[in-house]
Write a protein that binds this ligand. Structure first.
Ligand code: MGP
Length: 212
């Protein structure tokens, strides 16, 4: 096993694993260096930037499935190699959903569900949105929620005047469950302001607004 180099007293530099005074690299220890840490679920990243002509009937055509990953290392590999949210064009969305769930209301996992969401003014959030989206994704893939099976996925939306963060849930009729998820999301992603919960299905949306 690689040992940490305790002789390195410079706090500003990285500690390099050594063995017998020599650096240990992937060539010395391929098994440990190549170990990946599995996630509880596989997750798929989607992107879309629907044009002005898009409507509910043709919206799905603009959805692009980018990649599916199921380890911590592959998550970072994806995250470090895609455009940051702050650089995306207006009307873009990233959707991170459990594998097998399409990021649309019509998917069986979403059709009775809802979403927690918050709109963050663009000018005040430009420098923070990448971290907010990152912490939202980490809460999802790290299974930070008590009712983890309720979580379907998360979306970040880039709009002219704001960014929107949303977390989609499987159901929309249990107050305690929804509130628990909303509170954890707010804390995990360090969201200042009020999050609102809405059912996807407008007809069952009786005007009740759960907030956290
Ligand atoms: P949006 O992007 O969720 O709302 O949906 P926003 O940001 O308030 O609106 P925007 O015009 O500023 O982008 C925008 C539109 O996309 C909806 O009115 C639908 O036409 C379409 N759309 C969005 N979603 C998430 C879905 C979906 O799940 N299914 C279908 N069929 N259409 C959708």
């Amino acid at each position: 096993m690689a040992q940490q180099d305790s002789s390195n007293t410079n706090n500003n530099s990285l500690t390099v694993p050594t063995e017998g005074g020599k650096y240990v690299t992937v060539f010395n220890d391929p098994v440990n260096f190549n170990a990946k840490h599995p996630l509880n679920n596989s997750w798929t990243l989607w992107f879309d930037n629907p044009g002005k002509k898009s409507n509910a009937n043709n919206w799905e055509q603009s959805l692009k499935e980018l990649i599916t990953f199921d380890t911590v290392e592959d998550f970072w590999g994806v995250y470090n190699n895609i455009m940051k949210t702050c650089d995306l064009g207006i009307s873009s969305n990233y959707h991170l959903f459990k594998q097998g769930i399409k990021p649309m209301w019509e998917d069986p996992a979403n059709k009775r569900g809802g979403k927690w969401s918050i709109q963050l003014p663009r000018n005040k959030t430009m420098n923070e949105i990448d971290n907010i989206w990152l912490y939202t994704m980490l809460a999802c893939i790290g299974e930070a929620f008590e009712q983890e099976s309720e979580v379907c996925g998360a979306v970040v939306s880039v709009r002219k005047a704001f960014f929107r963060i949303a977390l989609w849930t499987r159901s929309s009729d249990n107050y305690e469950t929804a509130m628990s998820i909303g509170r954890i999301l707010k804390r995990a992603a360090n969201l200042n302001g009020t999050l609102e919960f809405q059912s996807h299905h407008e007809s069952s949306n009786t005007g009740k607004a759960w907030t956290v």
